[in-house]
Design a protein around this ligand. Sequence first.
Ligand code: SF4
Length: 303
Amino acid sequence: MTSAENRCSLCGESAAVRLTDPERRLCAGHFIEDVETRVLVAMEREQMIAPGDRVAVGLSGGKDSTALLLLLHRFLPTLGATLVAATVDEGIAGYREETLRAAESLTKELGIEHVIVTFADLFGDDLDRLLVGRETQGCTVCGVLRRRALAEAVKRTGATKLATGHNLDDEAQSVLMNILRGDLPRLVSDTSTGQPGHFVPRIKPLAVLSEKEIVTYLLLRGYYRDLPECPYAVTALRSEVRTMLAGLEHRHPGTMLRLMRFRDGARGSAGPAATGVLGTCRICGELTSGEVCQVCRLLGRGG
Ligand code: SF4
């Protein structure tokens, strides 16, 4: 028997999920509908998709990008856009093989074209080997190389937009990390516009959903998989920030949303000059704020 308090606020069926802001309980069907409506409304409000767009989902095979692919697979035909998936294989033993398999089986099931690029092809070696002697800088090195690799994968798909699976937790963590690092240009930078010839505009349709909501959505749709964590993640600043922010959000609900509002306000008042002027790397020709880009510096190119 389901008590009156544990019933869906919309249909009276047994509730599967309790949501706050506004406070409501929803059954599985209405929770899925609620999540999909919020994402669609955000995409329309921010005009993320234009008819004729070819959208590449940055698909790691993890929970966020899996949910994103499922959602866009449902919405894009109605918005007049097409979908493709782009995956980066960094070469991380014991982690990437399994997520890559999950990504490949999902694109196969949904019938979506899938482009995969590897660090070994682009940078001459796997991340594991590139990191020998500097394992504690895993995410710093990987982050720089991954961004370049994903841009290359997207170029190969011929996409006009890149959709990434960043959720509300990820976005709030990034705001806090940029504050802790004192990195104003990064805090206020806006990747939604792109750079012709270098990278396409980025969209983040899941930024309105918390990590918990995404996991619940996948569980209810039968797509949740328990996958391994990246072994380098534990050494990252993000890992500490994630724990701290989760505690703050629990004790002070709304903290993450307030951080997002702070970032938007900072963007508005900083203006475009705060992100600095970009030139091109004298070695590889990609965009950089210095003479040599971070990728070439990390790989020791150019002496
Ligand atoms: Fe790369 Fe760090 Fe992500 Fe692992 S956790 S894939 S090292 S950025």
